[in-house]
Design a protein. Structure first.
Ligand SMILES: Nc1ncnc2c1ncn2[C@@H]1O[C@H](COP(=O)(O)OP(=O)(O)O)[C@@H](O)[C@H]1O
Ligand SMILES: Nc1ncnc2c1ncn2[C@@H]1O[C@H](COP(=O)(O)OP(=O)(O)O)[C@@H](O)[C@H]1O
Lengths: 125, 147, 147, 125
C-alpha cells in the first residue's frame, strides 16, 4: 500500500540481521517499529540492520532507532547499520547519528568486526 | 548551456500520511527540473517530508480529512517549496531547535523535523494568514559572470 | 485487510514537456495508493504521459506557457485520472485508432498515443466544456463476496 | 535537467551497441533521435540497443525506432534490443513491436546470435 515497507530477520553468526526493504516515513514507521520491538522482545540485543534495500528514511525512522538504543546498550548489545545508499547515509551523517550508531559499508564487514570480539568490546564508542 | 526553466507546480492532497511519498516526489521532481543535482533533490524531498508530516501531525492534529497544498516555484535564483494548510499555525517564534550534541546524549526520539528542514534548506519561514504556510527556499548557484 | 483509501489529488503545472515526468509520477503514486501493483501503476503512468503530451503538442500546439491540471480520484471501485486543459478540444468522435497490424507494416512513426491510452486503461473519454478533459479510468478488482 | 537521457555508443564484434541511460519521453526524445541518427550517418546499420539503464520509454521513443527501421533494413542491417526492464518490455510487447524488433534478454545473447551468421541471415523475420 503506497510506498511500502518490508522487514525480514535472519540470525547470522553473532547478530540478528534485519533486511529493510522500501520507505520509512510517517506512514510506514509503525511497521518498522513493530519489527524492531519483536526482535527485542525475544531478548535479541545484537542487531545489524542491512539497509541495502532501504530507499528512504525520514525523522520518524530515526526516532525509532533513538527510542531503542538505550535498551540495547543496557543489555550489552549493539545496533549496527550497513549498506546505506547515499540518501539514507546523508541524513544519518548530517544529524550526527553516525556517532551514535556504527555504520558499515557492507554487511560482511559488520559481521567480521564481531568475530572473536568479546561482548564488552562491542559497545559503541 | 540550456536555459534554466522557471515555473510553478501546485499539488493539493488530503492530510493523510499515505500521500506524503507522492508529495515528496513532486518536490524532488521540481528540484531536478530547477537544475539541482540528485543529492540536493533528496534534501529538498526530505525537508518537504518533514514539513508535510508536521502539518498532518501537529497543524491538523492527525486528522486525515483536511487538505494540504504543496507549491513548488522555480525562479532563476531559487526553488521555493510552500506547504499551505488551514490548521493550527506555527510562527517563526515558536520554532525551537534542538542542540544536537545534547539531543544525541539524551537519546529521546522525536523533535528532529524542524532541525532537518533548517539544515537541508537555505531558508525556512512560517507564515501566518488566512491560510498558513511553511515556506522553504533552496538557492541555485548562480554564476554572476555568465549570461 | 487494510481498508482501501479514497481521496483525490490535483496537480497543476505549465504545458511544458519538462513537467511530464513529474505528472506521471503523481499518476503512478496515485495508482499505488489505490492499491494497484507496480505493473498496473506503470500502465497508468504511460497512459497519463500520452494524454499530457497530447495536450501540450496538439491541444496547446506546443505552447509552453499554458496550464494543465491532472486530477487523480481514488474511489472504492476505481482510479480515475483526468487531464484538464483549455486548449483545442478533442471529442470521442475525433478519436481514430490505428489498425496495429497495418501500422506495423507501414512503419510510419507517430500516432500511437491514443492507442496506448485505450490499451492500458479500462475507459478513456474526451469531455468538452468550459475546460476540456481527457478522463481515463482503471477499475480495481473488487471482490464482491468480502467486506 | 529533469528526468534526463544519456546515450553511449561502442563497437562490439559485429554491432554498434548503444547504451541508453534514463527516460525517453517527449522532453528527451530529440536527444535519443540525434544519437541514432549520428550512428546511421556513419553508415552503421548493425545496431544493438542495450536497455539495461533505460528506465522508461513512451510512444515518442517508439516513433524514433519506427522512423529508422526501414533505412536500416534497406541497408541489410538490423536493430536489436536487449536487457529491457519490465515496464519497457511491456509497452513493446503490448504494441506488437516485438514482432518488428528482435528483443534479447541479455546483450551477450544478441552478440552471440550474430557470430558466424552471414549478413543475409540476420534479417528480421
Ligand atoms: N506545522 C506545525 N503546526 C503546529 N505545530 C508544529 C508544526 N510543526 C511543528 N510543530 C511543533 O513543533 C514541535 C517540533 O517539531 P519537529 O521538530 O518536527 O519534531 P516532532 O514533530 O517530532 O515533534 C512539534 O512537536 C510541534 O509541537
Ligand atoms: N488533446 C488533444 N487535442 C487535440 N487533438 C489531439 C489531442 N490528442 C490527440 N489529438 C489528435 O489525434 C491524433 C492522434 O494522436 P496520438 O494517437 O496521440 O498520436 P500522435 O500524437 O503521435 O499524433 C493527433 O495527431 C492529433 O491530431
Amino acid at each position: 500500500m503506497a510506498a511500502g515497507l518490508e522487514v525480514h530477520a535472519t540470525q547470522k553468526d553473532e547478530a540478528k540481521v534485519l533486511y529493510i526493504n522500501g520507505f520509512i516515513n510517517a506512514h510506514t514507521v509503525q511497521d518498522f517499529e513493530r519489527s524492531i520491538q519483536s526482535v527485542l522482545s525475544e531478548q535479541n540485543y545484537r542487531i545489524l540492520i542491512n539497509c541495502k534495500d532501504l530507499e528512504y528514511i525520514n525523522s520518524s525512522g530515526l526516532g525509532v532507532l533513538m527510542g531503542v538504543i538505550e535498551e540495547i546498550q543496557d543489555n550489552n548489545g549493539f545496533l549496527y547499520l550497513s549498506d546505506m545508499n547515499d540518501t539514507v547515509f546523508n541524513i544519518f551523517d548530517t544529524l550526527g547519528f553516525t556517532h551514535l550508531f556504527k555504520v558499515f559499508d557492507a554487511e560482511v564487514e559488520a559481521l567480521d568486526s564481531l568475530k572473536g570480539v568479546s561482548d564488552s568490546a562491542v559497545n559503541e564508542d | 548551456m540550456k536555459e534554466l526553466p522557471t515555473g510553478a507546480i501546485q499539488v493539493t492532497f488530503p492530510s493523510d500520511t499515505v500521500y506524503v511519498h507522492m508529495a515528496i516526489t513532486v518536490a524532488s521532481n521540481a528540484a531536478t527540473i530547477a537544475g539541482f543535482d540528485k543529492a540536493i533533490a533528496s534534501k529538498v524531498a526530505l525537508a518537504t517530508d518533514e514539513a508535510v508530516t508536521n502539518v498532518i501531525k501537529h497543524a491538523y492534529d492527525g486528522r486525515n480529512d483536511k487538505l494540504i497544498t504543496l507549491k513548488a516555484e522555480i525562479t532563476p535564483e531559487s526553488l521555493t517549496v510552500k506547504v499551505v494548510h488551514t490548521g493550527k499555525a506555527l510562527t517563526n517564534e515558536d520554532v525551537k531547535l534542538p542542540n544536537m550534541e545534547k539531543y544525541l546524549k539524551a537519546k529521546k526520539p522525536g523533535g528532529l523535523g524542524l532541525y532537518i528542514m533548517k539544515q537541508f534548506m537555505d531558508e525556512v519561514d512560517f507564515l501566518v494568514g488566512k491560510e498558513h504556510c511553511c515556506q522553504m527556499t533552496k538557492y541555485r548557484l548562480v554564476d554572476k559572470s555568465g549570461g
